[in-house]
Design a protein around this ligand. Sequence first.
Ligand code: F3S
Ligand code: F3S
Length: 112
Amino acid sequence: SYVIGPACIDVNDRACVDVCPVDCIYVGDRKSYINTAECIDCGACEPECPVEAIFVDRTARGDETRTLFLQDSKAFFTEVLAGRDEPLGNPGGARKVGDLNADTSLVTGYSG
Ligand code: F3S
Ligand code: F3S
C-alpha cells in the first residue's frame, strides 16, 4: 500500500484524492489517509502531492516516522473518530463518505 506521512498535516491539499482510481483516500481534518486495505498500489497519487507526503509502505522498514504513519493510516479506519459511533472500517469509496472532519489521536495532537 501507499501511505500519507506527516508532511500532509495542515496542508491537506487533496490533489492525490482526485487521481486515485479506486477512491481510497479519505479526507480528515488536518490530513488525509489512504485505506491500506483498499489501495491497489497503482502509485498515481505519489507524484501529485505538492509536499511529497506520500510513500510506499515497504520504505517504512527501519524508518521510525514512516512506521508510525503506516500504523496510523490503519488506525484511522479502526479507531472511533470524533463525532462517530463506530470505526469507519473499509467503506469502499471516499466520496460517498465525504470529509470526515476528524483525525486519529496521533494526528490530532501532532506537532512534528
Ligand atoms: Fe495531503 Fe499531499 Fe494528498 S498534502 S491530501 S497527501 S496531495
Ligand atoms: Fe490510490 Fe494511490 Fe493507492 S492512487 S490506489 S492510494 S497508490
